[in-house]
Design a protein around this ligand. Structure first.
Ligand SMILES: [Zn+2]
Length: 310
């Protein structure tokens, strides 16, 4: 099972060594900025803690499977309840009680405490009692933007893992390898999401799901092949679907913009894409009126093909 963090090589190496030598500490703090993979890492450690195989987490056994779908009875995640800003006293009392119960199916129990920075000092002191005399088979994982938000007495009993935002190169490289996309697409996604890999992945998924976005690629391919008819045909799945047609227009604009940037050293090609972009920009506002969608696609394929066939 591959390690889920991008960059952060030192943490990866030491953590894998601790896991394989069975020396994972009882309490861990994972600190780092938004999007560094704190929760992903916490889930990975939790899975490694409940997996029984030689090389942990194997990713294949029942414990790993239950951990993956968030249903492992020995992995408990605490987070502020809906509309609350912090974890409550009741939740901490609950944790303190069940921490001393033995595990259900795994050898260890894991408690992931999300947004640990929201715990007030009184609640942290309650937890401290458990941390001072930890049950032998329990792992506590605290997630926080910064360990400084926790009491020194708590921090001193934990292994602190500080995650760093991967460099744009590391992040790009990861997306290209993991998702098989072009480096230029990976860079664009990361730029839109401020180098946050989790959000870039989400955006990539939502792009894939949109039929309008998929059609935009087919549509332009047909135009580039010089077939206005194929372009028209490619738009058939969007018949009567105005919201997806808007996404189509948005995606087509993005693709054209990308092509314009790419052809900076080819002025003739760049001019062609600029003309297509202008034609699209001229027609797109009609989508918010009551225009018949097939009229929109007819006009668009004619105008773009005219640019191509000049
Ligand atoms: Zn396993």
């Amino acid at each position: 099972m591959s390690f889920p963090l991008v960059g952060n090589k030192r943490i990866k190496d030491s953590l894998l060594a601790l896991i394989s030598q069975n020396r994972l500490p009882h309490a861990i703090i994972i600190e780092g900025d938004l999007g560094t993979g704190k929760r992903t890492l916490a889930r990975y450690i939790a899975k490694a803690s409940v997996c029984d195989e030689e090389v942990r987490p194997c990713g294949l056994c029942r414990n790993c499977h239950l951990a993956d779908i968030g249903s492992h009875p020995d992995i408990e995640t605490l987070a502020p309840e809906e509309k609350k800003v912090s974890i409550s006293k009741d939740q901490i009392d609950f944790l303190r009680t069940i921490a001393y119960h033995s595990a259900h199916t795994a050898k260890r129990r894991v408690f992931i405490i999300e947004q640990a920075n929201t715990l007030n000092p009184v609640l942290q002191n309650k937890l401290l009692k458990v941390l001072e005399e930890p049950p032998s088979d329990v792992v506590f994982i605290f997630i926080t933007p910064s360990a400084e938000a926790l009491l020194e007495t708590v921090v001193s009993r934990c292994l602190v893992l500080s995650l760093f935002t991967p460099t744009p190169e590391e992040a790009t490289d990861y997306l290209v390898k993991a998702k098989g996309i072009e480096p230029s697409e990976a860079k664009a996604l990361l730029a839109e999401e401020k180098n946050n890999i989790g959000k870039a992945l989400q955006r990539l998924e939502s792009k894939k799901e949109s039929i309008g976005r998929a059609v935009a690629h087919d549509f332009l391919d047909a135009v580039e092949r010089g077939s206005a008819l194929d372009a028209m045909l490619s738009s058939v799945p969007l018949e009567g679907n105005r919201s997806e047609t808007l996404k189509f227009a948005e995606e087509l604009a993005e693709i054209l913009m990308g092509k314009i940037k790419k052809s900076q050293n080819l002025p003739e090609t760049a001019r062609e894409y600029i003309r297509m972009y202008d034609a699209l920009s001229e027609l797109t506002p009609t989508l918010t009126t009551n225009i018949n969608l097939s009229l929109f696609f007819t006009a668009l394929s004619a105008k773009l093909s005219a640019v191509k066939n000049r």
